[in-house]
Design a binder for this molecule. Structure first.
Ligand SMILES: Nc1ncnc2c1ncn2[C@@H]1O[C@H](COP(=O)(O)OP(=O)(O)OP(=O)(O)O)[C@@H](O)[C@H]1O
Ligand SMILES: [Mg+2]
Length: 365
């Protein structure tokens, strides 16, 4: 399962957000380093298309797709040199596929800030520097390890080393290698480096309850917005505190609550949707009477691989996939009519599955 990690300074609201997202009961507390071991939770992806499919197929069961969220310990200045929870923290970030960075944008004298004062840009830079330093260290080691092979004029080693040096130069200037242009081939090589600074990332601006109504009046949030714009990074506005309250309510009560707050929907869905995108995740469906179900796959996966997500036998014995695009189903109203109009395609093993495909795999083992 793919993983999104919640990262940030201590006491900025990571566990509160995590709890709201996963409705898990992780310890959220008003003191720095409340979290030590990472909390892991499963997030179900709300998808309106699933409800529409349920109306059409009238299944016994509807199953949404899911991915993993991990609530990581707070990071402090010097983490790359072992401060705070140091390397332990960094190794947990290495394991995630995408980073949701929680940035404190709420003023509250009762909630300690490890640096004494709320300043989201300083916080963002603190984290950036630590991640950069950690990567510089691992890149230097890698460059050194390649030295021998480079001397023997190994083409791969030379290419790899040049890439590493290029990334290191960028990090030395305190810039983000994430923003550089790489070819597909280079990206494949870079993937093996497992760099923290190459992981896709979004900022989550955690504001106070009042900040939700008039974000334009929250200078912290505005600062994050303009900083993120320069970095071409997305920002989600949220109040982890409010989300926590919403998440603890019954569904009917949730609506009343949202209305009372003048909110259209919970900000959590946006966090979930954006991180789903960030992870390069797409959804295909299986639909029948017993069950309508959403499945997550990675952009670019072919039909047999997608079948393998359900069961390895489906991949091993893959023959064909009966495929109907969700939009075609909507256009023609029922699977039957879509079929009569030639919209149910028989796709083979080279078919690149698209978001919204409704698939029926034929296999033989
Ligand atoms: N939007 C908000 N407005 C006001 N208070 C908040 C908000 N979000 C979180 N808090 C409060 O901030 C405190 C710290 O929250 P939390 O434990 O979630 O932080 P954390 O980032 O997980 O910290 P740690 O790194 O120590 O694990 C809690 O008292 C929580 O209620
Ligand atoms: Mg925590």
């Amino acid at each position: 399962m793919l993983k999104a990690g919640i990262v940030g300074l201590p006491n900025v609201g990571k566990s509160t957000l995590f709890n709201a997202i996963t409705k898990a009961e992780a310890l959220a507390a008003n003191y720095p380093f409340a979290t030590i071991e990472p909390n892991v939770g499963i997030v179900f992806v709300q998808d309106k298309r699933l409800d529409v499919l349920a109306q059409k197929y009238k299944p016994k069961k509807v199953v949404p797709t899911a991915y993993e969220f991990i609530d990581i310990a707070g990071l402090v200045r010097g983490a790359s040199k072992g401060e705070g929870l140091g390397n332990q923290f960094l190794s947990h970030i290495r394991e995630v596929d995408a980073i949701c960075q929680v940035v404190r944008c709420f003023d509250d004298e009762n909630v300690t800030h490890v640096d004494g004062k709320v300043d989201p840009i300083r916080d963002i830079e603190t984290i950036k520097i630590e991640l950069n330093l950690a990567d510089i260290e691992s890149i230097e080691k890698r460059i050194q390890r390649l030295e021998k092979k480079v001397k023997t004029k190994s083409k791969e080693a030379i290419q790899e080393q040049e890439l590493l040096k290029h990334i290191k130069d960028t990090l030395d200037k305190n810039e983000s290698p994430r923003l550089l242009d790489f070819t597909e081939e280079e990206l494949k090589i870079i993937k093996n480096f497992n760099l923290l600074t190459m992981k896709p990332m979004i900022y989550i601006a955690n504001v106070a309850e009042e900040g939700l109504h008039e974000p334009e009046k929250n200078p912290h949030y505005q600062n994050v917005l303009s900083y993120a714009k320069q970095e071409k990074t997305e920002v989600v506005l949220i109040s982890a505190q409010v989300e926590m309250e919403i998440a603890s309510l019954q569904p009917e009560e949730q609506l009343t609550f949202l209305e009372a707050y003048g909110l259209e929907k919970s900000g959590l869905n946006e966090v979930i949707e954006k991180s789903y995108d960030l992870l390069g995740l797409k959804t295909y469906f299986t639909a029948g009477e017993p069950e309508v179900r959403a499945w997550t796959f990675k952009n670019g996966m072919k039909a047999p691989q997608c079948a393998g997500i359900i069961h390895s036998d489906f991949e091993r014995g893959f023959i064909k996939a009966e495929t109907l695009a969700y939009d075609d189903l909507i256009k023609y109203g029922t699977p039957q009519v879509a079929k009569e109009n030639g919209r149910v395609r028989l796709e083979g093993k080279d078919y690149v599955v698209k978001d919204g495909d409704i698939m029926l795999f034929r296999f033989n083992v």
